[in-house]
Design a protein around this ligand. Sequence first.
Ligand SMILES: NC(=O)c1ccc[n+]([C@@H]2O[C@H](COP(=O)([O-])OP(=O)(O)OC[C@H]3O[C@@H](n4cnc5c(N)ncnc54)[C@H](O)[C@@H]3O)[C@@H](O)[C@H]2O)c1
Length: 280
Amino acid sequence: MAYNLLKGKRGIIFGALNDKSIAWKVAEQAHEEGAIFTLTNTPIAIRYGETDELAKKTGSIVIPADATSIADLENLIDETQKILGGKIDFILHSIGMSLNVRKGLPYDKVNYDYFQKTLDISALSFHKLLQVCRTKDAINEWGSVVALSYVAAQRSLYRYNDMADAKAMLESIARSFGYIYGRDKKVRINTISQSPTMTTAGSGVKGIDGLMDFTERMSPLGNATALECADYCVTLFSDLTKKVTMQNLFHDGGFSSMGMSYKAMDQYNKGLDAELGDDE
Ligand SMILES: NC(=O)c1ccc[n+]([C@@H]2O[C@H](COP(=O)([O-])OP(=O)(O)OC[C@H]3O[C@@H](n4cnc5c(N)ncnc54)[C@H](O)[C@@H]3O)[C@@H](O)[C@H]2O)c1
């Protein structure tokens, strides 16, 4: 159901690779709510992904940008303002990638070049984006910027690897930049800490099926889906949440506040005798 919550708002949505992507659902929901926006991703993701299909569906233009490149970000911000005809009201940063995770290198044997790439792509890109926007004064007062995070920023979750450090940095950037941008321009900056979700990035984490089953059993409301995450993003882009900033907002069915649930205990008791591998 649409409420016109984003009527008249202009935005940028990063990270819609295919229809499983959280950003894809955000674009669909933002479109439903009356927003206009550009879509962006790396040139290679645009070539091999399905972003063009989403652009058609939502009447958007796709502007390629590697989020680690200042030049690309500057071009993206300039072009978006030209295409949409004014300053920006909302931005979704939905970007994450770790070569250490992809190549199965454990946290105590990471490749440091990969580690730096993880931080650059998954966290520093958020700072770069905000700095480019701030320098160009590209975001309207009461604009809203949201990045997607994960509870591994606060808790150790096996196999999440260097992405945990990237998410901790991402959430810290939201607070540090949120102060400056809020003080000077009334721009809101938040992160949403989303449940594990079966997307391309999500399925890169080995054992995500088991993790999703565990979090489903541990969360009183169950795992949050990508579509539900999109709805939450829409509220944060809307004028209904004008005083929410510098927060990491858990969108996880209650998982982050749980210790042990009845369902998880039940499953644990059944599985106690299961053989564990050497690295568990
Ligand atoms: N899937 C989950 O379980 C889960 C849970 C919590 C948070 N998140 C976060 O949600 C966000 C979106 O991930 P998703 O699950 O929708 O997966 P996804 O694979 O669909 O999206 C990740 C996107 O990042 C883009 N990307 C990678 N490198 C980039 C770069 N250099 N410049 C610009 N874009 C780049 C990819 O092309 C892709 O579109 C990520 O920040 C992820 O960490 C995901």
